[in-house]
Design a protein. Sequence first.
Length: 206
Amino acid sequence: MEVNITQDALGTHLDWRHEGVTAHMIDWFWSNLEKAVLLWHPEQHEPLQWAVPVTPGDPQGSIHIAPQTWNDGSRQNLYIRMERLEEVPAEIRDYICYEHVYIAAGLGFGEESLINPSPMGYRLHQWEKTDYGVIGKSSAFGTRKKETHEDGKIWAAHCAQEIGNWGVFLPQLHSLYKPVKNPLFNPFADLSLEGRGREARYKYMK
């Protein structure tokens, strides 16, 4: 994987590309996080649980609990929700430039974050197919919980490892689950868009 890290006034951004990984595989990944989270970052992730499970065909509003320990030694027990695009601040949606998108909101560090949840910040992952595989960008934005440039660098190191590991396991894992036809156990949602920036909307989800 090739990766380039930049920072601006709103957040931290990783531009990346993979050979042998497809946009379809990454779409599948986001509905099947519990199958992949330990492979995604073996050194720092712990097993994942769903507080609000994925609905097959539409993971918007799903919430997963993602315990992990970052490079600085801090352990997070994050509650993370997949956001509906129209509920994401416009200045964050302005960064959408690729065909497929997953936006995660960090809600907090315990069950209390499920009561009137207000995002601490957002993680925008976007990607599209190329002749050789896939190209994409991952971005971190602090909102209620402000993030310094140093915070962004810590996240960038964690994210670069995650995105890089897609090339290690995702084609094989996606292939292994192809025989499982029941969408309750092997859900899929097409995360492709119509439009870009703040005008972006999902093609196949309401």
